[in-house]
Design a protein around this ligand. Structure first.
Ligand SMILES: NC(=O)c1ccc[n+]([C@@H]2O[C@H](COP(=O)([O-])OP(=O)(O)OC[C@H]3O[C@@H](n4cnc5c(N)ncnc54)[C@H](O)[C@@H]3O)[C@@H](O)[C@H]2O)c1
Length: 385
């Protein structure tokens, strides 16, 4: 076995996603398992180079995880000029992303980024075009595809369980505290549109790839975005106006004829088994998939409820569903996608979750907001270069 060290610049690594999911649960987890085996006698050994604005915070992270303090920098340009760095990864706040990605492309780095890849479709397409022209490899995080619940759903689809799929009902959300009497559990920029916040911008990119990959391309969108909580309190306890949408009610028509309806909200209290759930109904059967679990009801075991509000329900509808077994081991979704991206870069493995795929997500968010503002349904044209 040859061990190949790959130096990966990680920007925004002090943030929620950058730290927990990408540094700790992905790249450091890969190191804990001895690196990534490419299957050709090579093991990749990721070496994170921590990039950010606050040196002391980065140094503290490096120390906490036994990383070389020399691999810490507040100078992105210098890191991008370093030939020993192969890959640039971005988990910064969304509004800071485009500029940094452009620099990384110009420097010829391969590029992996959190979603959304940009704040507008034009910006997302420009990045994709620049990356293509430069000949670098690129990827955008589409972690939900790698969740156990959605992998089980995909297994059901591939096995023909549903017959003709009619509809998808998605329910995502939880109560995000306003920040006054209990600290908010999400960063305040999420609630300011001028800082790249808003639930449409945040969640529609996810819904785009989930719907596209599992059920068919989104061909139209009708959305109503709303700011239910107009005032929140920031990290310093200061009140601010929430200028971004905190809830979105969307209907999506899909290629192939199915209809999806997804509610996304940071102002809903959870009365579900998981923070996101999708119910899929087909002619042969139905399923409800969450982050981890998936349960099914086949046509043959579908009960026949009769509407009669005068009588109490005599059985529990939830008990009439059957759990889909794991049948395999599931790794962290972020790590699973990192592994595929690294194999794409270093072993030329195919990889379709790139900046073009990311641009489709930005497009759906943009059209969702436009649909809401104009109060009408909008077609979602196929994008091309
Ligand atoms: N894939 C997912 O499921 C998922 C989930 C949440 C967030 N995200 C995406 O990840 C990105 C980061 O989100 P997060 O929740 O980790 O945010 P966060 O606020 O916790 O972290 C943001 C990071 O960006 C850095 N940063 C750089 N420039 C900044 C600036 N001008 N102002 C403030 N911070 C700045 C911060 O220091 C920090 O390291 C966003 O683009 C978001 O859309 C993805």
């Amino acid at each position: 076995m040859t061990r190949k060290t790959v130096r990966i610049a990680m920007n925004g690594v002090t943030g929620r996603m950058g730290y927990r999911q990408h540094l700790v649960r992905s790249l450091l987890a890969l190191r804990e398992q001895g690196g990534l085996d490419l299957g050709d006698g090579t093991v990749l050994w990721p070496e994170p180079v921590l990039v950010g604005r606050r040196e002391h915070a980065l140094l503290a992270l490096a120390e906490q995880h036994g990383l070389d303090p020399a691999n810490v920098s507040t100078d992105l340009d210098a890191v991008l000029a370093d030939d020993t760095v192969d890959i640039y990864f971005d988990a910064q706040v969304t509004s800071a992303r485009e500029e940094a990605l452009k620099k990384a492309i110009a420097a010829g780095k391969h590029l992996y980024t959190e979603k959304p890849s940009a704040t507008s479709l034009d910006g997302a397409l420009e990045l994709a075009r620049l990356a293509k022209a430069k000949g670098i490899k690129h990827g955008v995080v589409q972690d939900k595809l790698f969740l156990p619940g959605l992998l089980k759903l995909k297994r059901l689809i591939d096995g023909g369980f549903f017959g003709r799929i009619l509809s998808v009902r998605g329910e995502f959300g939880y109560w995000v505290f306003e920040g006054d009497w209990q600290e908010a559990q999400r960063p305040s920029w999420n609630y300011r549109s001028e800082d790249g916040g808003g639930i449409v911008v945040d969640m529609f990119p996810h819904w785009e790839y989930v719907l596209h990959e599992l059920f068919g391309r989104v061909t139209s969108v009708q959305a109503l975005a709303s700011t239910h909580i107009p005032q929140r309190w920031d990290e310093g306890g200061k009140p601010y106006d929430a200028t971004a949408d905190d809830s979105a009610y969307g209907i999506f028509e899909l290629d192939g004829g199915a209809v999806a309806q997804i509610n996304s909200s940071w102002s809903v209290r959870v009365n579900r088994d998981e923070l996101v759930e999708f119910q899929v109904d087909g002619t042969e059967g139905s399923a409800v998939a969450g982050l981890r679990n998936c349960r099914v009801q086949h046509r043959a075991s579908t009960p026949k409820p009769v509407w009669n509000p005068d009588l109490p329900a005599t059985y529990s509808f939830r008990d009439q569903w059957q759990e889909v077994p794991d049948n395999q081991e599931f790794d962290n979704g972020f790590k699973a996608q990192w592994e595929l991206f690294l194999k794409h870069v270093y072993a030329d493995a195919p990889y379709r979750w790139d900046l073009f795929a990311g641009a489709r997500g930005v497009q759906l968010a943009e059209l969702g907001l436009k649909s809401s503002a104009e109060g009408r349904r909008l077609d979602v044209p196929e994008i091309s270069l």
